[in-house]
Design a binder for this molecule. Structure first.
Ligand code: BGC
Length: 249
């Protein structure tokens, strides 16, 4: 479970633990927060271990999976959640290094983790990979070319990988969250004007809660979803429904 020290990841890892999974609480920079989440899980009778590492580094990911093998055993469920929006900047007026950073964490990271997970899952002929994408798999977002390119790329990676491993007992799916209230978009929901602008884009007229994503992750990783692969489940309060078309046209 990558990026589980805050936001969506923290909620997903707690729900998976509650559902009975032994969980790897992964963090990049917020070790103390990750440890607190693991402790919370342990206090509630679950099994959790903390692991650090940069998902954008192939070497760090290989080390991470070797550590997980030793401490928890080979992985059954991978949730590629670690991600950043990146800095808002128009193409040509941006910094290519920022673009590469977003692609590194949001797209290369899931690929590096998936390739480690796949070889382990193939040996057991079972496993589930969940990639956390976004409504920006499909909705363009000015100022965020890297983010949108990464999420659309992750969606196609999900489908292609699902096709590759479908006959090996491994499912690969994506969850596409809409605007979920987390630290990633605090600058938007923390300001009444930008919050109103955001809510106007959501037919359900509210932001999502992290547990609404976590419940989808528990469902998709369980046998309740045994015939679901290669698709994205959008959890977005209707954000993909073109809210502006509620009036006129
Ligand atoms: C982004 C959020 C944004 C939401 C809706 C998500 O993928 O991470 O910052 O609020 O999409 O635009």
């Amino acid at each position: 479970m990558t990026g589980s020290s805050s936001g969506l990841g923290a909620s997903i890892v707690k729900y998976l633990a509650k559902a009975g999974a032994s969980v790897a609480v992964h963090y990049h920079s917020e070790k103390t927060q990750a440890e607190a989440i693991a402790q919370e899980i342990i206090n509630e009778g679950g099994n959790a271990k903390v692991f650090g590492g940069d998902v954008a580094s192939l070497e760090a990911v290989q080390t991470l999976f070797a550590q997980i093998d030793r401490e928890l055993g080979p992985i059954d469920i991978l949730v590629n959640n670690a991600g950043i929006d990146g800095k808002r900047a128009l193409c040509g007026h941006d910094n290519p290094a920022d673009w590469e950073k977003v692609i590194g964490i949001n797209l290369l990271g899931p690929y590096f983790c998936a390739r480690e997970a796949i070889v382990r899952m193939e040996k057991k002929s079972r496993g589930v990979i969940i990639n956390i994408t976004s409504v920006h798999e499909t909705i363009p977002w000015t100022g965020y070319t890297a983010y949108c390119a990464a999420k659309a790329g992750l969606s196609m990676f999900t489908k292609t990988l699902a096709q590759e491993v479908a006959d090996k007992g491994i499912r690969v799916v994506a969850i596409g969250p809409g605007a979920i209230k987390t630290p990633i978009n605090k600058d938007v929901w923390g300001n009444p004007e930008t919050l109103k602008d955001l809510l106007d884009k959501i037919p359900m007229e509210r932001m999502g809660e992290t547990d609404e994503i976590a419940k989808a992750a528990v469902f998709l990783s369980s046998d309740l979803a045994s015939y679901i692969t290669g698709t994205s489940l959008f959890v977005d309060g209707g954000m993909l429904l073109y809210a502006d078309f509620k009036h006129g046209g």
